[in-house]
Design a protein around this ligand. Structure first.
Ligand code: FRU
Length: 449
């Protein structure tokens, strides 16, 4: 463990696994006053491995309590991984949908990887009374067996069922690929949430080679598609896979989706991936995503973990563009402090919410992380707080926003999230070894209450 990765406290306002590895959020749902967050989890190590669903609960999306592992491999069809999926409420129960992975050949040196990517994927479900008790042995049901007709789906790369109810029917979107070259999204329909029929598919050349974690929902009467295509950037750096969103058309009766060729990035920082959304009690569309971390961190008690979740965001539409602002529950946890005390709070590694307006050419530096407005775009640079990690972006920027931009910056030990103009754009960066310096224009600082 390098010194950079050493930390002496756990993030307060960001979800992290209790230990070891997490990736995608799964089955995010608010039920009986409680948020359930499940997540892709390798309970054995700090790297990706045999996928389980970890589980945590929260009343406010900010304070999380860890629960025992929800889903784990038990069946021949899911023996190598319970991959990503979603949850709905039906008949006072929770229905969970996931992708079940079975390797056709194992890597001899690491049985948790498939040899030459030889695996197949089916879709499965499990009904739980309360989202806490899961019968992994007798409760699972394979609902969509491996599809071997490439014209319909790819036997290997078809995954991440997101299910919702609309007009008295149930719909499912699945991410897939066409011959490993073109992203596609499949639509299935069901009368009862258990028996599923294939409806249609939408192939897109501009959305990379494979779609992961698709999500489709309405804000007012407008459908919004969110997905995580693989291979949309090819600049030789890590993370050519990025989450995108677009205003979509969905014909409910026909079960047909159409997507525009162009899309926005959900977050412009490059670490954000595999978001999932659901409604909160006030009908807001809440989104949480995995923040990819290139190496583990170690807490004071010697426990290592890799991966965290971004702050819960609220999806909106403004001027024909999809917006992502931080959820009001997060903001409610903060209170304003005297500006002179900020450096102290940085020293104490307290989560901060910093508000400022940058004009063209102006810069702000927080613990070694630099933010500037350059040629009308907000630029975030983590060069000094990302250690010696080669092959990753150190600098990213938003599209042009104009001559000045209002920034709400949420800073915590391993993550900086910059919300531009109340969610017009977001740029988030994973960081390691944030310092306690602060330079530049700041209007307001808030700390946790
Ligand atoms: C996205 C993803 C999903 C898959 C899961 C496996 O990060 O690759 O497509 O279900 O992670 O952990």
């Amino acid at each position: 463990m390098s010194k950079q990765g050493k930390r002496d406290f756990r993030p307060n306002i960001h979800f992290t696994p209790e230990k070891n590895w997490n990736n995608d959020p799964n089955g995010l749902i608010y039920i009986d006053g409680i948020w359930h967050l499940y997540y892709q989890h390798n309970p054995n190590d700090v790297v990706w491995g045999p996928m389980h669903w970890g589980h945590a609960v929260s009343e406010d999306l900010v304070h999380w309590e860890h629960k025992k592992i929800a889903l784990f491999p038990t069946k021949s069809y899911d023996r190598n991984g319970v991959f990503s999926g979603s949850a709905i409420e039906k008949d006072e129960k929770l229905y969970f949908y996931y992708s079940a992975v079975r390797y056709l050949e194992q890597d001899e040196e690491n049985i948790h990887l498939s040899k030459n990517d030889q695996f197949e994927t089916s879709q499965a479900m499990l009904i739980s009374e309360d989202g806490e008790k899961f019968d992994n042995w007798n409760g699972k049901k394979q609902i969509i067996p491996v599809i071997r007709d490439e014209e319909i789906a790819d036997a290997r790369d078809t995954r991440d069922p997101k299910v919702w109810k609309e007009d008295e029917k149930y719909y499912m979107v699945l991410g897939s690929t066409y011959h490993g070259k073109q992203a596609r999204v499949l639509i299935f329909e069901s009368e009862d949430g258990e028996n599923w029929n294939y409806k249609s598919q939408c192939r897109k050349e501009t959305y990379g080679h494979t779609m992961e974690c698709p999500d489709l929902f309405k804000i007012r009467e407008q459908y919004i598609f969110v997905g995580s295509p693989m291979g949309i950037q090819n600049d030789g750096l890590e993370y050519a896979n990025q989450s995108v969103c677009a205003l979509a058309k969905f014909d409910v009766k026909a079960g047909e989706l159409s997507l525009p060729d162009e899309y926005q990035m959900v977050d412009y920082g490059g670490d954000f991936y595999a978001p999932q959304s659901n409604l909160d009690k006030d009908g807001r569309r809440v989104m949480i995503a995995w923040m990819r971390m290139p190496k583990p961190v170690e807490s004071k008690d010697g426990i290592q973990w890799t991966g965290m979740m971004c702050l819960p965001r609220v999806v909106g539409i403004k001027n024909g563009q999809v917006t992502f602002d931080v959820h009001p529950n997060v903001k409610e946890n903060f209170e304003e402090i005297d500006l002179t005390k900020v450096v102290l709070k940085l020293k104490e590694k307290q989560p901060l919410w910093i508000t400022t307006t940058l004009s063209e050419g102006e810069e702000l530096e927080i613990g070694g992380y630099e933010i500037r407005l350059e040629d009308g775009a907000v630029v975030g640079n983590r060069g000094r707080v990302f250690a010696d990690l080669e092959g990753y972006h150190v600098e990213n920027q938003t599209p042009k926003v104009g001559k000045s931009a209002k920034l709400d910056i949420f800073v915590e030990e391993n993550l900086i999230e910059i919300f531009v103009n109340d969610g017009q754009y977001v740029l988030s960066h994973v960081v390691y070894g944030l310092g306690d310096t602060l330079n530049g224009k700041i209007q307001k600082v808030r700390v946790l209450k």
